[in-house]
Design a protein around this ligand. Structure first.
Ligand SMILES: NC(=O)c1ccc[n+]([C@@H]2O[C@H](COP(=O)([O-])OP(=O)(O)OC[C@H]3O[C@@H](n4cnc5c(N)ncnc54)[C@H](O)[C@@H]3O)[C@@H](O)[C@H]2O)c1
Length: 465
């Protein structure tokens, strides 16, 4: 489909009479949210669809868009099986699309869950916003800082209800530590130790035939189309192993490694606790090592890293490193500390976390520091007890302010993660004007730009702004 005609079509669809987003709340109360899933891989099948579909009174999964035909059919069957179990329906209607843009043209779809690799986030999410859909977007928000700014500005301008999947904001231990820190329980925070994990080298650079079921060119999207196909660049072709970590997640330019992968969770909480949701660091400096790609190995993201982010005019050092356990430790001026992590919860991205079950989700240098705040404390943070239902409720209320990880928050988190990536990539200090959202390090400016290739670009978003 040509770009111009697609833009016209989605704008027409977005203003059509059937559109859910433009309707009054009373109309919304009359029916459930019709959801389409874009990208049906590991996270859609193990996390996003199972965690959402069970809210039968709030939503209905009606469509799947996938560039891999095997996974497209798998997604359809997965949803039908879920409805069979949940409601006894024999064959729920689930439309399938090879091109997500066709799905966006369907005015009966109210909202989409975007569960694609990171290099596709900005283009798909901006198209979804332009077409008037509310959006669940997997983290990290976008792949580059400029992409993030465009998506955030567009989502705000269009009143999109957006939730980004930094779901630790909906877990009580993270919320509790953040509000205690914000209330001054440990005094001024001088240091935050952030554990973000470590990737391991691997993959294969050997060219393999492209599976017939995969539209590989579209999977590559805005990135270099000449890269040879290998299953370890993309995702497993064995549907029984769909829950396994895809190769791209440790391969530039599709993923930047742990700094944006787990950073979207951990740095997000560090900024939350420091009260920097609408701001960010002043600079980042540090060291990193990179994966060896000798002997035909493919994956190439950073391995060990030790980054120092400066906040509060240098008074707070946020130390993000592989050397800490996977959590966030806020340390006050007198040495008292508060610590939060997922604890015993294994996750799809870390099913075998060695620390799971061995560390408590909430800890402090002195138990008394954990005394909760009064219910009416001004330091209580905006949280929820279920990230997925928080989004559904916000969509039903058509209230973008209800989501706990909205576009503004997620864009600031992604920016901080990106600055860390840029520091590692260039091996130098990166300076950032958080107020103006400007990178002051000229050498880093090329790394801020959006990803584009031919028709895979953000021109529709720029026009729509
Ligand atoms: N929130 C979390 O805890 C968490 C954990 C891990 C990963 N993630 C994020 O979830 C997202 C998905 O990761 P995953 O592990 O499921 O990856 P995956 O590779 O298993 O699945 C992604 C799917 O998207 C499809 N896809 C790619 N381009 C597409 C396009 N243009 N249109 C339609 N489908 C397309 C792929 O074919 C694939 O099936 C990523 O952004 C990742 O960073 C989030």
């Amino acid at each position: 489909m040509q770009r111009r005609s697609f833009l016209k079509s989605i704008i027409a669809a977005a203003t059509g009479p059937m559109l859910f987003n433009g309707c009054s709340t009373s109309f919304l109360a009359c029916r459930k949210i019709n959801i389409g899933v874009i990208g049906f891989g590991r996270i859609a099948s193990t996390m996003d669809v199972p965690n959402t579909i069970k809210y039968l009174d709030k939503c209905r999964f009606v469509a799947v868009a996938e560039v891999d035909a095997k996974r497209r059919e798998y997604g359809k069957k997965f949803i039908q099986d879920q409805y069979r179990k949940l409601t006894g329906e024999s064959a729920a209607e689930v439309k399938t699309y090879a091109d997500y843009r066709q799905m966006l043209l369907d005015p009966s779809i109210d909202a989409v869950m975007v569960c694609v690799p990171d290099h596709w986030h900005a283009i798909i999410a901006t198209d979804a916003v332009i077409s008037g859909k509310d959006v669940w977007l997997q983290k990290p928000f976008t792949q580059t800082i400029e992409e993030g700014r465009i998506l955030r500005d567009l989502a705000i301008a269009r009143g999109t209800v957006m939730q980004v999947a930094s779901w630790q904001r909906s877990r009580p231990q993270f919320a509790q530590v953040c509000e205690l820190v914000r209330s001054g329980r440990i005094g001024n925070v001088v240091r935050v130790e952030v554990g973000c994990g470590l990737d391991k080298p691997g993959g294969s650079s050997q060219r393999q035939p492209i599976p017939e079921n995969l539209d590989y060119d579209r999977w590559l999207g805005p990135t270099d189309p000449t890269q040879p196909y290998n299953e370890t660049r993309v995702h497993t072709q064995d549907l029984k192993r769909i829950f396994t970590r895809p190769g791209w997640i440790q391969l530039e330019p599709y993923g930047w490694g742990m700094i944006t992968n787990w950073g979207a969770h951990q740095i997000d909480v560090a900024q939350w606790g420091l009260g920097k949701d609408d701001f960010g660091p002043e600079s980042v400096e540090g060291t990193a090592e990179w994966m060896p790609t000798s002997n035909g190995r493919l994956w190439n993201v950073h391995t060990k890293y030790d980054l120092h982010y400066s906040y509060n005019a240098g008074k707070t050092d946020v130390n993000v490193s592989h050397k800490y356990p996977m959590g966030i430790k806020f340390i006050g001026e007198k040495g008292q500390w508060l610590y939060c992590m997922r604890g015993a919860t294994a996750t799809p991205s870390d099913p075998k976390d060695a620390k799971a079950g061995r560390m408590m989700p909430l800890m402090a240098s002195d138990k008394k520091l954990l005394e909760p705040l009064a219910a009416n404390s001004p330091y209580k943070v905006h949280t929820s007890n279920d990230h997925w239902v928080n989004w559904l409720d916000a969509v039903l209320a058509r209230d973008p302010s209800m989501t706990v990880t909205n576009a503004s928050i997620a864009q600031r988190t992604a920016t901080a993660c990106n600055l860390g990536y840029m520091c590692m990539k260039l091996g130098r200090k990166i300076e950032w004007d958080a107020k103006e959202e400007k990178c002051l390090t000229v050498a880093a400016l090329p790394l801020i730009k959006p990803f584009e290739r031919g028709d895979y670009n953000l021109s529709r978003a720029y026009k729509a702004l």
